[in-house]
Every structure is written in C-alpha cells, then in structure tokens.
Design a protein around this ligand. Structure first.
Ligand code: ADP
Ligand code: MG
Length: 707
C-alpha cells in the first residue's frame, strides 16, 4: 500500500483516539494530513532571555522550572496551574487554566521551551507568561522542537484537537515515505519559482523561515487556482465544441426598436447588448454573465436579445426566481414590445397566459401552454426557475436567460439541452458585484458583460438610519411624498407575530418587538395613513393575490405597500420613492441593498429609511456601511471582508470559498494560473501526458462540486 492511501492508524505516533477528531477536520488519510495546510504562522523562532521580555510580545524562552503548584481559583471555578521559571537572566511566572496534568510534566528541575504571550498584570504591573505552549528540551537545543523556538504553524482546530495536537500528529506522518505526485508541470514550477511538492509539504508545516512557509503556501494556493482554471477552461471548451443555432440579428431592426423605447440605453447597456448579439450569432453556445447593479437596466437588454431570437424564428426562455418577478417581466416585455409581432407566454405554477402579436392576450390552461411551447407558437417564454424542472419540450429553443443568478447549474443546463444536436445560448443576470479577481477565479468559464453605470435620469438615493424617536418625522415625509404623487414600500421582517418568512431561533421568537407585516398593516392602514390606499404582500398569499396587489401597486391604486422580503429582488416600480425598512438589523447587507434598489428607479429623488431594534456595535457598523456605500460594489467589498466569500456568494456549502479566499489574497497568481492552465490544455488537451494531474482533477471536481 502506498502512503497516499495509507491509513492514519498504520502510523506509529498517531493514536486511534485522534482519528474521529481528524475526520471532523476532513482528514482521513496520511495524504490528507500532510496536505492539511496551516492557516497562519506564529514566529517563535527567536529565543528570548527573561530579562528582555516586554509586555504583549509573543516570545519563546528556554527556562528551568523552579516550582509549580495548582489551585482552584475562587473566580469562575477555574483550576489554575502556576509555575516559577528561571533562566540565567531572571525569573518569570507562567500560568495555565484547567490543565492539571501540566504539573506532572513540568516537574521542578525540568528544562523546557515556553512560547506564548507576555502578559502584564493590571493590578501589580508584573509580567507573566499566560497559557504558554511548552516543550521539554534536553541540555542542548536541538532542531526537533515542534511547538517552540521556531516558526509555529497554526491550523484550523476542532474540539479536543488543538494546533499543538495537530503538530504532534503531523510530525510522524512527515517521516513516512511520502508518495504524493507532483501535479504541477516542472516548467511551471520553474517559471513561478514554486517549491516541488515534497519540499513544500515539509516546509509548510515546519518551516525554518517565514519566507519558506509563505513560498510553500503559495505553491498550494497556486495548485488550487490552477486546477480550478483547468476545470473552467475545459468547461468552456466543452461548450464551445457544441453546436448552437446562429441568431442573425438585423441591426437596422434593433436600431428602430431602440427608437421605440421610452429611454435611451446607457453606453454600457449598448455595449452589453452588442456583446450578446455578437455571441448568439456564432454557431456555438454563448455562456455569458450580465452583471449590473440594482436598477441598472438588465431586463431590457435580455428582452431585446430574446426578441432578436424570436425574429430569427427561434424560442427563448426567461427564468425568474419568484412568481412576482416572472409576472413583472411579462408585463415589462409585453409593454416594451407592444408594437412587435411576437407571442410572449407567461407560465408559472399558478397560471398561464399568452400575449399574441401585439395586443391580444388570452388565459391558457397549463396543457395549452405546454402545447404552445412544443409547437413553437410561443416565442418568448417567461416563468419561474421551477418551470424547467417540469418536463417541458421546446420546439426550437435557442436562448436561455436566467435572472438573479450568477451561475447556472450544470444539471439545470442539462435539462434544457435535451435536444441532442443544438445547445441553447445561455445568459445569466446578477446584481451581485463580483470583484474581478473573484470572477476570474469562480467564473472563468463565463464571459462577462458589465453594466457599469445607472441610467442618466437617476439621483443617488438618500439613506438614513432613523432612531425610533423620529418615526413621526419619517411618516410625515412619506405623507409629503405621496401627496406629490409618489409611492412607498414598508418592509417588515415577519408576517404575523408567530409566522416568519425565514427560520428564527427560539430566542428571536420571543422578541415580540419585531415588526410584522400584519401588525404594521393594521396600524398604517387604519391609523397613520388612513387617507391613503395601503396594501400588504407576503409569501403566504396565493400567487394570484400577490399578482393582484403588485399590479395595483404598479398602477398606483395602492400608495403604500407593506411587504416582507418577497419584494427583495427585481421588483420594478419606478414611481416608488420611499423604501422604509423595519428591523433593518435583521437583514444582510446585500439584502438591504436589494431592498434599497426597489426605489430610485426613475428621475425622482428617492429615500431609504432604516429602523432597527438592535443597537449593538455590529448593527451600527452594518447600518453605517449601507448608509455610506454609494453603490453595490463598495458594499460588496465590505460584505466580503465581513463575511468571507462563501456567505457573500452563497457558496458556503461548497469547497469554493476556500479557493475564493486564496484568489483574493493572490490576485497575481490568479492571472498566472489562468494563462498557464490555458497553455497546458492547449499543448495537451486530454492531459494524457500528466496522469497525476488528470487523476487529481477528478478528485478536485468532487471537492468543489461546481453548482
Ligand atoms: P435591474 O438591472 O435591476 O434588473 P431593470 O431592468 O428592472 O433593472 O430596470 C430598472 C428600471 O430602469 C426599469 O424601470 C427600466 O424600465 C428602467 N431603465 C432601464 N434602462 C434604462 C435607461 N437606459 N434609461 C432610463 N431608464 C431605464
Ligand atoms: Mg432585475
């Protein structure tokens, strides 16, 4: 058996009681253990003398134990071990909590290294070592120390297995004959000055210098980035090898269509549209992400691409994450294209309708709708994401547009690619601003079109965190806006006192102060704003009821809409100018930004008022971020720092955040990885010359499960 798959229990020095703990950390083989890369290092390489120690420094000393005692402290029921340590320059005290066995190890007269923080007592000013790592040493310092007197690796830990414990287990594993193949071609290692895998494994765990450690870490970071680039490039090549219907767009038609729109496209809308038109003209599938901040006008671009597709005699499908959005897209496209002879079909879980040619609309049964899709009479099909899960056959689908999703799943794609000969063109749309290093890493297989500016008619939204004492002032401002003809949203975190739109903990359930839609509706419709039409929408209503309310709101038959997060994404009511958010502390930053994006969608000055019960520092910081961030990009950077890439991108369940983190830390390496992956695949598309790389990729694809 090679040690690549060798069991951990076969290694002397690794006791079986550690196995379950290692497993918790994802370590099941010797190879896993060796490739368990430290998250950071502490430099204890210099041995200090006791007289040189200064408060707050992290340091290692070599000292003899003069005395050691233990006692229970009266405070917090802690068990304290205290030792008096001495070297040739002086003495110092060391303390440990709740580790009684230390008394047996550090018997008086023993010499050891002690590494830890030099702490200063607030009361007496005396300095002592608090909770130092210790390691017995023989008369002469040797190089075998693992925890002190050197650069110390710190690992991600688990209950009952500290970094120190992990170091204990890695040491014997490192002595095994390691048979880990080097998947990075030699030439690349040379170009990038990366250590080979054997060296890297040794130095990543027990480096002599910080430089060595970082160079080893860089190698492993490159390895992941390189593998990911190979995966995405191969995905790209696979798609490019497929055939797609070539959509020939009549440019003069597009020009005349743009004349009929109620606004002029922004420069970046035009550029994005052009990139899409060029892409769908080709005979292999487009795979493109259209990225633009909330309100930047992505829908119209997607709509024009769909119309062009239908002009060439093919079908397109536009998928939205919610029914409300699907209905809205249907309204938007039927209005924008009211002069066009195109059949637009809306199909959701609860209804089906088709707008024929220019202005004839009829309600269809589900099976009629399916038939219209099958026989090709429906040309632009709008529905929820769920739509495609249900066995629908298209006559000749050529374009798939997915709203509010930055990546379209491989499986979802497969359901739409039932037609063997031709694959559809794909366009996803997202308002999540993704920093370039990240998008190169995570979306290397996608081409990206960016809408970089908002339409000219927009004014920055005025955002304010408002204390409860000024609630009346805020209500008065809403009243004034409505009298001017505008409309307002009021967002509440919950539906009814006992019902929620998302899961809440027991403690949260008790916090009855959380605003609910139904209570706010009572209060605002019967008292505060009884002179206006007030409506309410939430997830418990039927799709028909939701549609009815959204429609009345769109027509300004309702002036104030009280809602849960059902209106979070995409909802487009250009006449609304006030977004009032109750319990703002209960929403994430990205969510708040999406809510705010529901206003400021036309020329009117708009406002976003944030109310919150929470008053912690974290809450204040977050609200400050949303008040100050001018656009989604600034907020995204903040959010990324705050929560890490996994939460930010919604990929926390996959292996991606870890790689994303590496990408953020090594932007230059991302570009290198991309170029080198391209070269590697170009010279050897099947990777037949590098079987180790080929084998590793299979494993890697499982680890990241790319969805
Ligand atoms: P998002 O990018 O958030 O999906 P939408 O596509 O819903 O944004 O567009 C937001 C609003 O802006 C819509 O009312 C749309 O009609 C309008 N709009 C789109 N493009 C322009 C433009 N170039 N000038 C003015 N208004 C525009
Ligand atoms: Mg949208």
């Amino acid at each position: 058996m090679t040690s690549r798959s060798k069991n951990l229990s076969d290694i002397r020095g690794i006791q079986t009681r550690f196995l379950p703990k290692l497993k918790k950390l994802g370590i099941e083989t010797v190879k896993d253990l060796l490739l368990y890369i430290p998250i950071r290092y502490e430099d204890f390489s210099k041995i200090y003398t006791i007289e040189d120690l200064i408060p707050n420094q992290e340091a290692t000393i070599t000292a003899e134990v003069l005395s050691i005692q233990s006692r229970n402290t009266w405070k917090r029921n802690l068990y304290l071990v205290e030792a008096e340590l001495q070297d040739t320059t002086g003495t110092i005290r060391a303390t440990w909590f709740n580790q009684p066995y230390i008394k047996n190890i550090l018997a008086p007269g023993r010499r050891a290294n002690f590494a830890g923080k030099v702490t200063q007592s607030k009361k007496t000013g005396e300095i002592y070592l608090s909770n130092p790592t210790y390691e017995l040493v023989s008369e002469h310092m040797n190089h075998e120390t693992r925890h002190t007197g050197r650069i110390i690796p710190i690992y991600k830990e688990t209950k009952g297995l500290t970094s120190k414990g992990i170091r204990f287990l890695i040491q014997p594993a490192l002595k095994e004959e390691i048979d880990i193949p080097d998947i990075i071609p030699n030439s690349i290692q040379k170009t990038l000055e990366l250590p080979d895998v054997q060296t890297a494994i040794q130095t990543v765990h027990f480096p002599d210098t910080i430089e060595d450690a970082l160079s080893a870490k860089r190698r492993f970071a490159f390895e992941d980035l390189f593998l990911l680039q190979i995966v995405t490039l191969r995905e790209r090549m696979k798609i490019a090898a497929k055939k797609a219907h070539s959509i020939q767009t009549d440019i003069s038609f597009i020009k005349s269509l743009l004349e009929t729109l109620p606004f002029e496209l922004t420069e970046s809308q035009k550029r994005s549209l052009w990139e899409i038109i060029k892409d769908i003209e080709r005979e292999f599938p487009m795979n493109r992400l259209l990225e633009g901040d909330v309100g930047s006008g992505k829908t119209v671009i997607a709509g024009i691409a769909a119309l062009a597709t239908s002009k060439s005699g093919f079908q397109s499908v536009l998928m939205a994450p919610t029914e409300i959005l699907a209905q809205q897209h249907y309204r938007t496209l039927t209005t924008l294209f009211k002069e066009q002879e195109v059949n637009i079909l809306l199909l959701t879980g609860s209804e089906a309708r088709m707008r024929y040619d220019s202005d004839l609309e009829s309600i269809l049964t589900k099976s009629e709708a399916k038939k219209a899709i099958e026989n090709g009479s429906a040309s632009i099909i709008i529905g929820t994401h769920a739509l495609i899960q249900k066995g629908i056959t298209f006559k000749h689908l050529a374009l798939v547009i997915v709203d509010e999703q930055h990546r379209f799943g491989v499986e979802q794609r497969a359901t739409l690619e039932r037609e063997k000969t031709f694959a559809p063109h794909f366009l996803s749309m997202t308002a999540t601003p993704i920093p370039r290093t990240l998008s190169l890493t995570l979306f290397g297989d996608l081409d990206i079109s960016l809408i970089t500016e908002l339409p000219k008619n927009r004014k920055p939204i005025i955002t304010k965190a408002i204390p409860d004492t000024e609630r009346t002032t805020a209500y008065n401002q809403i009243r004034a806006e409505i009298k001017k003809g505008r409309q307002a949203f009021v967002i509440c975190p919950r539906i009814k006192p006992t019902e929620t739109e998302g899961p809440l903990s027991a403690r949260e359930e008790q916090m009855l102060s959380i605003k609910t839609v139904t209570e706010e509706y009572e209060k605002l419709s019967k008292h505060v704003f009884k002179e206006f039409a007030v409506g309410m929408v939430h997830g418990k209503l039927t799709p028909k009821e939701k549609e009815q309310i959204m429609k009345s709101f769109a027509k300004n038959e309702i002036q104030i809409l009280i809602a849960t997060s059902v209106v979070e994404v995409g909802v487009d009511i250009p006449n609304a100018t006030i977004m009032m958010i109750e319990g703002a502390d209960r929403f994430g930053l990205a969510q708040l930004h999406q809510f705010r994006g529901r206003v400021g969608r036309a020329e009117h000055q708009s406002y976003c008022f944030l109310f919150s019960q929470g008053n912690s520092d974290a809450t204040k910081k977050r609200l400050k971020a949303i008040v100050e961030a001018k656009n989604g990009f600034e907020l995204a950077e903040y959010d990324l720092r705050l929560r890490g890439p996994g939460e930010f991108l919604g990929t926390s369940q996959t292996g991606m955040p870890d790689i994303a983190m590496k990408a953020i830390q090594n932007p230059d390496l991302v570009k290198e990885a991309r170029t080198l992956a391209y070269k590697t695949l170009k010279s050897n598309p099947t990777l037949s010359e590098n079987s180790a790389l080929k084998e590793r990729l299979i494993q890697f694809e499982k680890e990241i499960h790319f969805e």
